[in-house]
Ligand binder design. Structure first.
Ligand code: TPP
Ligand code: MG
Length: 561
């Protein structure tokens, strides 16, 4: 095989390939050339992404369903630092990711070269493992050992490898059979699976669950797709009060009870009657700040289940954590809880009532062209096999209100940035070409991350819907600034009357609608386009926020009735 003459580049990439690496995302640059030449020689699937911030998010998106880390490679300097946002997202969300940043040799960093920043351990606080692999000082065996360790650590989150190369960078050599020998993949898969062995439920938690009719509240928070379970949600719902995020561990569990509508519908009396004796969380904390305040106010001992290792004291009442995968943990919870639970029954009555109020109120607004009604329509009309991504902001919040069936839903809820939502969907689409990937995004998030489509190849199975409500509508949802002018100018900050120009520049076919009549025509055009397509739905931001507040008011008026 003819490949790079830099042993670290070939050693690293070939070790990872033998362990299961399939996807590499590279951004153009010279210092990283040995890694790119090695990946090319090894026949890996290489995506080229101009913007390193996008590249790392594309790699993150590639791992969501398979759980197999993808590797993003960058040259030195600020290019390397641009991997940071995706590394932070992968760290908090628990998504496998390998970031490799090429650097100058340590001795030359003191000479003031161009395109140089401090790269060694620069992401250490947001990575499961951070290492520098130097071919000038390490043997091939040491390099391969370190590569194996990085791969193991990357199964659960981000890993950063900084790797210096001296010039010349483009040299090639012919490798013989002996040099091509690599680790057998089975050795490592055993190590990885052994580490994931579930532990049994802590005694203290067993005691809490064993009392008569325990009052248990289970919060199913966001986790990445590859860790999700398909087991019966109904069994858990009969045994405990369950509040599920749309991006949580059980497919379809958020739909009923709709966590958002439920919370708004609870008055003080109901809230004191529904106080749990123990709160069990899994995945990320709840999105809704008011809901978090209520969980703090209940002051019930909080147990966390999962292998994410965050162990946050989310509600100021942390009691302990149980290192077990979400699906094993939920299964054991179902087994440990009695088959019927009066407390769960009480919750379910309340939540069914709140959901009924919300859907009746929404139906009364038929033909209203608001963001809420558009998301409601999407939930029932997108392809059943689509993987649906929601950008951060109101998109990820709208996701919580509706029944999306068995579709896989995703939002970058780890660090909740708007800076990689498109790129992540692009990665998902590239890694899973057999199914449609749909991104539902706001106008600001779209513009922010439009470099996500400056990739080659462009995924033909990616479809985008931009809800253009004139800037960040989220700032009309929250208790924002009093003055309308200040709100509009500094916070909502509309940047695009239309996103048509950006769609066309990026090679996506474009359709748009401003009302339901136009919608029918445009969505069928959009749906039938063979290749990437963008549908822009223009709404009135004030009316959309107005509907949302009216819905909240309606739910609150029903409190305690
Ligand atoms: C990288 C980053 N910068 C800023 C923010 C703060 N932020 C959250 S939502 C938002 C506005 C998003 O607007 P848009 O995409 O139009 O969505 P809408 O609220 O209208 O649904 C901003 C700026 C963020 N989450 N991430
Ligand atoms: Mg917007």
């Amino acid at each position: 095989m003819r490949t790079t003459d830099h042993p670290a580049a070939h050693g690293l990439i070939s070790t990872w390939k033998s362990l299961g690496l399939r996807h590499i995302v590279v951004s153009p640059g010279s210092r990283s050339a040995p890694l790119v030449l090695a990946a090319h020689a090894l026949g890996l699937q290489i995506t080229v992404a101009l913007d390193e911030r996008s590249a790392a998010h594309v790699a993150l998106g590639m791992a969501l369903h398979s759980g197999v880390p993808a590797c993003a490679i960058t040259t030195s300097g600020t290019a390397a630092l641009n991997h940071g946002p995706a590394i932070a997202e992968a760290f908090y969300m628990g998504v496998p990711l390998i970031s490799v940043t090429a650097d100058r040799p340590a001795a030359k960093r003191q000479m003031g070269p161009g395109q140089m920043v401090v790269q060694t351990d620069v992401f250490a606080d947001h990575a499961h493992c951070s290492m520098e692999l130097d071919e000038l000082t390490m043997s091939t065996a040491e390099l391969r050992g370190a590569a194996t360790e990085a791969w193991i650590q990357a199964q659960r989150g981000p890993v950063h490898v900084n790797i210096p190369f001296d010039e010349p960078l483009y040299g090639m050599l012919e490798l013989g059979d002996k040099e091509l020998e690599t680790l057998s993949s089975t050795d490592v898969s055993t190590i990885v699976s052994n580490e994931m062995e579930p532990t049994s439920m802590p005694d203290e938690l067993v005691d809490m669950l064993s009392c008569h009719d325990p009052k248990v509240l289970v919060l199913l928070g966001a986790i990445p797709e590859f860790l999700r379970a398909t087991q019966a949600f109904e069994a858990l719902r009969d045994r405990a009060a369950v509040f599920a995020d749309a991006f949580g561990p059980i497919l379809g569990a958020n739909a009923e009870p709709s966590a958002s509508s439920m919370l708004l519908g609870l008055g003080d009396k109901a809230l004191s009657e529904l106080r749990p004796e123990v709160i069990i969380t899994c995945g990320l904390p709840p999105m809704d700040k008011k809901w978090r305040e209520q969980l703090v106010a209940w002051n019930a001992p909080h147990w966390h289940i999962g292998i994410d290792g965050h162990n946050w004291d989310m509600f100021g009442s942390y009691a302990g954590s149980w290192q077990v995968s979400a699906s094993d943990g939920i299964e054991q919870l179902v087994d440990a809880l009695p088959g019927f639970n009066a407390f769960a029954g009480q919750w379910n009555v309340q939540s069914d009532r709140a959901a009924a109020v919300a859907s009746k109120f929404s139906a009364g607004w038929t033909n209203q062209w608001t963001d809420w009604h558009i998301y409601e329509r999407m939930a029932s009309s997108l392809d059943d096999d689509a993987s649906v991504h929601f950008a951060n902001s109101t998109s990820a919040r709208h996701a919580q209100w509706f029944d999306w069936g068995r579709r896989m839903l995703h939002a970058n809820r780890g660090a909740a940035g708007i800076d990689g939502c498109l790129s992540t969907a692009v990665g998902d689409a590239l890694a899973n070409p057999e199914r449609p990937v749909v991104l539902l995004t706001g106008d600001t998030a779209w513009i922010y991350d439009s470099n996500g489509l400056v990739v080659r190849p462009i995924p033909p199975n990616l479809k985008v819907i931009v809800i253009n409500n004139g800037g960040g509508n989220i700032f009309r949802w929250i208790d924002g600034p009093e003055e309308e002018e200040v709100l509009e100018h500094y916070f909502e900050a509309p940047f695009a009357d239309s996103v048509q120009g950006s769609a066309l520049q990026l090679g996506a076919a474009y359709a748009s609608a401003e009302n339901w009549n136009e919608f029918e025509q445009s969505i069928s055009t959009w749906r039938n386009i063979n290749g990437p397509a963008l549908l822009e739905l223009k709404t009135n931001g004030k009316e959309s926020a107005g509907f949302y507040h009216a819905l909240k008011d309606c739910l609150q008026r029903k409190k305690n009735r």
